[in-house]
Structure formats: structure tokens, C-alpha cells
Design a protein around this ligand. Structure first.
Ligand code: ZN
Length: 449
């Protein structure tokens, strides 16, 4: 794919694709799904068997809604297919191999042909351009390199003529020097590592917004609340954008925010996204929260159709103010398997984090402890204050506690007990990127079968 990079004033790298009418996007998506399913059914015994088990034939997929008839894939079925059972091409055509991290069991293998790699670079270039990056810019690629990787940003950046510093993660002191010395103006990393870089820079006496040239940051690989955007923008002197990718689909390049910062556009010539009720498997209405299900349709290399991500978010097809027509993902609220059921309410730790971070005078760290008191589940919320002075005044403590409880009632539908503690008193682990779900301690006895 040869990109036209000449119009650097344009907000669009590929205007025709990015602003394609929704009807046409969906027609193209249906055609691609039909092509993949036909090929898979004819040539791939593993996928054919899944179809037979679900009682669906390729000829059953006549219109867009029929996509719902196809079987779901999940981690187990994709792991069972390891390494090549979902492949729709010969192994000799594969030019890059990836796996997921394999931290929770056997890894998932992902294969890409030359054509897939070109398209992957193209969608990543599209995301970078959308966030204001242009040829000649310098990007620090600061996701970990390896088998489960953010390297797609590097391919995309180089395709559109940016310079790349392949820094990865670690040796943070040195990376700070490189940001300054190489006049890096774009960074791709996790939000927690972005904030950690700033902390390390301060220790070295470098004030990033003043002493460096950063202007854009694309952050992903862990859910982050809206309040973190402001922190990143202030700490690094940048515009901070949310991006989304999964190792099962190569990595970044699936979805990214535009300058409106109002949801991440899913590149729908590459990825088809559905939003389902995790319990029934049926589509939820546009804009409603549900579990995201992805199909890799930019490729006929792999029968990666209807993969359940277990990520919870909304999908909005309404046209964005930026003019792009590709649907937008709301912020990832958590995982359907991370949702904690407490007395009949399902609570997502990321939602708690988002709620707490919107309340003035609270610190950055919290703990959720769930236990059974008199046979009823109860949530205890322990949260740091931003200024320990507050705890010296009984009245201020009382007001802030009540504010937190009220907010829980409104946002979560439940009333926890709340304890405010001194700033810095809860354990923290900045470098490893503590995510909200790790702040949960479930003390309830496990249910017996
Ligand atoms: Zn937009």
C-alpha cells in the first residue's frame, strides 16, 4: 500500500476509507466475512467443525445481522487451535509470528503474511496521523518488544515517514535522555509507564514539558480512567490519546481516539467489532455497554471470527464530529470476567477507579475489600486522600466520606463503607502498571459447586 503523504495539513491520511458511509462499511464487512467463512468451511477442518457444532453453513450468512449466527471463538477454542489450526494459508506464506503472553496458560499463536503486515502498518499509520503525527516526527516506541508486542506502531510510523526510537520498556533513565537528545515528539506506551517516565525525569532534574519536545502520546495496553489523561498531558506536556489493540489481532491498530477524544475509532476495514450481552450472547443496542467481540476481516489468513474479548465497553456507530464514520469504542470499563458480583450488583474496579478519580481531595490509590457480614456481601472501600491535612479535621473527613458514599450510590448503585487513609499509605507499584482489578481483595469464602 502506497500512502499519499503529501497533504500534511489534512486531518485524514486515507480520507476515502476513514469517511466511508456506514452502509458501505457494513456491506464491505459482510463481504469479507462471507469470503473468510467460505474459505474456512471449505479448507479448514477445525473451523468447519465449529460451524457444524453450531449448526451454521456459509450460505446462512446472507445479511449483516446473520453474522450473529456464527460461532464465537474464545481463549480456549483459539488455544486448542495452536499453532496453525485456524490458518487459512500455507505456513510458507507467514512472514511474522506472534503469540499472546501466555501468562494464564498456553499461548495463542498469531500468524501474519506480507499482506497482513502491510495492512497492519497502514492502520497504525492511520492512527498516528489521526493523532496529529506527521512525516519527520520522532517517536519513542515504549511498549515491550517481544512476541506479544506493540511493534505495529513502529511499522506504522516508519510507513508514514516518522523516525522511530525503539526504546521498549526498562532502563528508564536512559529513555528519558533519549527523549531529550533525539528530540522525541511522540510517545507510545502504557499510561502507567508514561507517568513513571515523568517521575524518573524529575529525579534527574529534567522537566519534560519544559526541556523536551513531546507533543503527542498514544497510550494503551491497560485500562485508564479519564482523569489519567489530564495527568499524562500535564506531566509530559502532550495531547494524550487512548488506543486499543489485542495480541490476538497482532496488537495496536485496532482502534484509536481522534482529536475529539470521544471514543476510539475501530478501523472497520481491518476489524469488525460487535458488542454483546455477555450472558445471552446477543447484540446490545448502540451505545450500551456490553462485551466486545472482534473479527479479523482485513485478512484471509486466519479464521479469527467472533473472538470474545471479555472487555466491557460500548460501541457507537453515530458519526463523530471529526468526520470519521468508523464506529467508536467507549473507554474499556473492565473485563466481563473481572466484574465482581456483590449482593447482586456487578461492580467493575475500573469504574470504581474512574468514580474516585473524579472526586476532589482524594488521592490516587484505593483498595476494594469484599467480605460477607451476617451472610450479606459487603464492600469496604479504602481510599487515600490527596492531602493528609484533611484527616486532621473530623468535619472535613466526614464531608469527604459522605461524598464518596453518595457517589457510590449514584454510580454503582450500592452503599459501601468508606475509610479515608493518608496519602502514600496503601501499597503501590508504579513501574509494573498496577491496574484497577489488582486493587481488589475478595475475602469471601469461595462458592462450592
Ligand atoms: Zn472522531
Amino acid at each position: 500500500m502506497r500512502l499519499d503523504l503529501s497533504d500534511t495539513k489534512s486531518d485524514f491520511l486515507q480520507r476515502e476509507i476513514e469517511t466511508m458511509p456506514v452502509q458501505q462499511i457494513k456491506e464491505n464487512q459482510l463481504k469479507k466475512v462471507q469470503a473468510i467463512i467460505n474459505k474456512a468451511y471449505l479448507e479448514n477442518p477445525y473451523y468447519k467443525n465449529l460451524c457444524i457444532e453450531s449448526d451454521v453453513m456459509p450460505s446462512d450468512i446472507k445479511n449483516y445481522e446473520d453474522i450473529q449466527k456464527l460461532p464465537f471463538l474464545d481463549k480456549a477454542s483459539v488455544r486448542n487451535a495452536y499453532p496453525f489450526k485456524l490458518l487459512l494459508t500455507e505456513q510458507k506464506n507467514v512472514v511474522e509470528y506472534h503469540t499472546t503472553s501466555g501468562t494464564t496458560g498456553k499461548a495463542i499463536g498469531i500468524c501474519a503474511t506480507k499482506e497482513d503486515m502491510d495492512r497492519w502498518a497502514e492502520v497504525n499509520a492511520r492512527s498516528l496521523w489521526m493523532c496529529g503525527c506527521r512525516p519527520g516526527d520522532v517517536m519513542l516506541m515504549s511498549f515491550a518488544y517481544g512476541l506479544a508486542t506493540g511493534i505495529g506502531f513502529q511499522y506504522g510510523a516508519q510507513l508514514m515517514g516518522m523516525g522511530v526510537v525503539p526504546g521498549g520498556i526498562g532502563r528508564t533513565d536512559f529513555l528519558v535522555d533519549l527523549i531529550k537528545d533525539f528530540k522525541v515528539n511522540t510517545i507510545t506506551t502504557t499510561p502507567s509507564y508514561g507517568l513513571y517516565l515523568e517521575k524518573k525525569a524529575m529525579e534527574k532534574g529534567i522537566d519534560i514539558p519544559k526541556d523536551c519536545h513531546l507533543k503527542n502520546g498514544l497510550f494503551g495496553a491497560e485500562p485508564w480512567p479519564e482523569s489519567t489523561r489530564q495527568k499524562l498531558e500535564d506531566a509530559l506536556g502532550i495531547e494524550a490519546y487512548n488506543e486499543f489493540g489485542m495480541g490476538e489481532f497482532l496488537g495496536p491498530g485496532m482502534a484509536c481516539e481522534c482529536k475529539k477524544k470521544n471514543g476510539m475509532h475501530v478501523w472497520s476495514d481491518h476489524i469488525l467489532v460487535e458488542c454483546i450481552d455477555p450472558n445471552t450472547g446477543e447484540w446490545v443496542d448502540g451505545g450500551e455497554e456490553g462485551e466486545l467481540v472482534f473479527s479479523w476481516i482485513g485478512s484471509e489468513t486466519c479464521a479469527m471470527l467472533r473472538y470474545r474479548s471479555h472487555d466491557i465497553a460500548s460501541v457507537q456507530w453515530e458519526e463523530c464530529e471529526c468526520g470519521r464514520t468508523h464506529p467508536r469504542l467507549g473507554r474499556i470499563l473492565g473485563r466481563s470476567d473481572d466484574g465482581i458480583s456483590i449482593s447482586g450488583y456487578v461492580v467493575f474496579p475500573t469504574k470504581v477507579e474512574e468514580m474516585l478519580s473524579s472526586i476532589d481531595n482524594l488521592g490516587l490509590n484505593f483498595r476494594m475489600i469484599i467480605e460477607t457480614v451476617n451472610r450479606v456481601d459487603h464492600l469496604h472501600l479504602i481510599t487515600e486522600v490527596s492531602d493528609n491535612e484533611i484527616l486532621l479535621s473530623a468535619e472535613a473527613t466526614d464531608i469527604l466520606t459522605k461524598t464518596v458514599i453518595k457517589s457510590c450510590k449514584t454510580e454503582l448503585g450500592m452503599t459501601p463503607s468508606v475509610k479515608l487513609v493518608e496519602t502514600g499509605s496503601l501499597p503501590r507499584d508504579d513501574e509494573n502498571g498496577k491496574t484497577a482489578s489488582k486493587r481488589v481483595e475478595d475475602r469471601r469464602a469461595p462458592l462450592s459447586d
